[in-house]
Design a protein around this ligand. Sequence first.
Ligand SMILES: *Cc1c(COP(=O)(O)O)cnc(C)c1O
Length: 388
Amino acid sequence: MSDKQLATIAVRTGIESDSQHNAVVPPIYLTSTYSFPKLGELPQYDYSRSGNPTRNMLADALSDLEGGASGVVTSCGTAAINLLVSALLSPDDLIIAPHDCYGGTYRLFNTRANKGDFNVLFIDQSDPVALTQALAKKPKIVWVETPSNPLLRVIDVEALCQQAKAVGAQVAVDNTFLSPLLQQPIKLGADFVVHSTTKYINGHSDVVGGVLISKDAEQAENIAWWANCIGATGAPFDAYLTLRGLRTLGARMRMHEENGAEILKYLQTNALVGQIYHPSLPEHPGHDIAARQQKGFGSMLSFELAGTYRQLEVFVEALTLFSLAESLGGTESLIAHPSSMTHRAMSDEAQAEAGIKTSLLRLSVGLEDPQDLINDLEQAFTLAAEAV
Ligand SMILES: *Cc1c(COP(=O)(O)O)cnc(C)c1O
């Protein structure tokens, strides 16, 4: 593990590691296969599904940033989540997941549980009674997302890990919304960390990728075996691009946060903005926990549009600097309507239970000039206000 600060690790991983030509930036290895030194002697790499130098460099960088033993870079975040449940869960095992987890995670757990691959229980993990009752069923894994998507609910990872450990469960945290620069779940007691590197880690909305990092070296070896077995690993070119994106993570996260704070301040002044969901707000549930366990509040925020659905439509259509799109964490600002977009895989009842209303909008605040973003929101709110 490196003794350097996280932003430095992100910048420096693999720099000047090329011994053949002394290239400062490490080369990309696009090969599918590797020659054996001689008959009966195994090389370090034999086939790129099981190992590839470019992909492994990214895995090492991310594992270092999270303080894990090692990681597997996968073809997408969902593949990393699927890898974890494939490697760890048998048909009698139970996984506990938040009722407001990422829509694709919800669909994956639900569908595989319906097939009989394992059991799943979706609960409100911030409800101590529900959590205690669920833990009494002796789950194998507790799945955590904090802050959650799209309502930015905060879970006390340290406290949850202690409770989970007491019943013999392992804890996996989806750290996509903050990146290791703002939260390190393994330091808080988690056994696994998952990222959709599609989001902040790559940061440029041009790669779909994921990673599963294990705290424990033996677990990591088991996970790597399963990644090769089921073919979950990512492409070298994607790993190269993600490593390139990762180098600016420190600078990007700082600016994402600054811009997010400016937008938040502005939203609080507009009459068409109802409830705002962001962990930096003192009245936000879990604000104190976030202030303690996170190194920043992040730039994902959601709010209710306090108007008619027609006004919401006008508002969204009038925006020019917030693209109507799923995903998050890129340089460009995005707006999403969770109930019809990211969370449409959930039934109306499941959405209602998770608190996702049709008036809810989610922003991924990008790196544009914040005043331009505010001006854009302002003109769209003005049009929406006239649209009653
Ligand atoms: C996007 C996302 C995922 C899924 O990752 P993909 O790369 O799209 O497969 C999982 N969890 C969270 C929190 C996400 O935002």
